[in-house]
Design a protein around this ligand. Structure first.
Ligand SMILES: [Zn+2]
Length: 229
């Protein structure tokens, strides 16, 4: 524990000394986010919503696997509207932008901080249904429409907000992604281009040369520019 002041290793997902493992619901969060999250969850449960993170803390190597899988075309990629992208038809620089529409650079994921969670309602998942985290699922008629409406009304009271609303950030709107503002805002300001560069320089990142060449621009669009609380 370190009163919210994350080290550069923690900021970039290369350490998990700031993370606490939670048994129910099964997730991993910044130690100071556990209580606020459980309060949010309790309030949701009282309204019939079984609020759980589909994704919580994620480390650098996991994000690296996601990045390299998309860059190489092994993992499917979609555009901001959800349409399939043919990776082979894209230049390296275009691939970088296509990935960043939905996925962060390793070292720059807000999930590294333990403050950010992708939320679903376990009560609303139809039997055998595979959750994909799409706009349709969180639209009014989708299975998580009521969850989205509930969070819109209540999340802020518990300190949570949506950093990717499609207004300021280069990241596509993610109605499932919530962030604990008091700690995340501090982390965002500490994650400078220099900190990110240091994390990436020695990593086996596909497209690394192009990423490092454009790092200041990519940082400005996808890390610094979020939709503020
Ligand atoms: Zn997320």
């Amino acid at each position: 524990m370190n009163d919210g002041e994350l080290t550069t290793q923690e900021l970039t997902g290369q350490a998990r000394t700031h993370i606490a493992d939670v048994a129910e619901p099964d997730c991993a969060l910044h130690a100071d986010v556990v209580a606020p999250f459980l309060n949010l969850r309790r309030a949701a449960l009282a309204d019939g919503i079984d609020l759980v993170p589909l994704s919580s803390f994620r480390d650098f190597s996991r994000q690296l696997t996601i990045w390299n899988g998309k860059f190489s075309g092994e993992r499917p990629m979609v555009d901001a509207e959800g349409g399939a992208i043919e990776v082979d038809a894209l230049s390296e620089s275009e691939r970088i932008d296509a990935i960043l529409t939905w996925s962060a650079l390793p070292g720059a994921s807000r999930h590294h901080w333990g403050t950010d969670i992708d939320l679903i309602d376990r009560n609303a998942v139809p039997p055998g249904y595979r959750i994909q985290l799409t706009q349709e699922e969180f639209a009014a008629a989708g299975p998580f429409g009521p969850l989205a409406a509930w969070l819109e009304s209540h999340a802020a009271r518990f300190g949570f907000f949506r950093p990717f609303r499609g207004a300021t950030s280069g990241v596509a709107p993610e109605p499932w992604h919530f962030s604990f503002a008091p700690i995340a805002e501090f982390a965002r300001r500490r994650l400078t281009p220099a900190v990110l560069r240091e994390a990436l320089e020695s990593a086996p990142l596909l497209g690394k040369e192009g990423v490092l060449e454009r790092l200041d621009e990519l940082h400005a669009r996808y890390v610094a520019a979020i939709d503020l609380p």
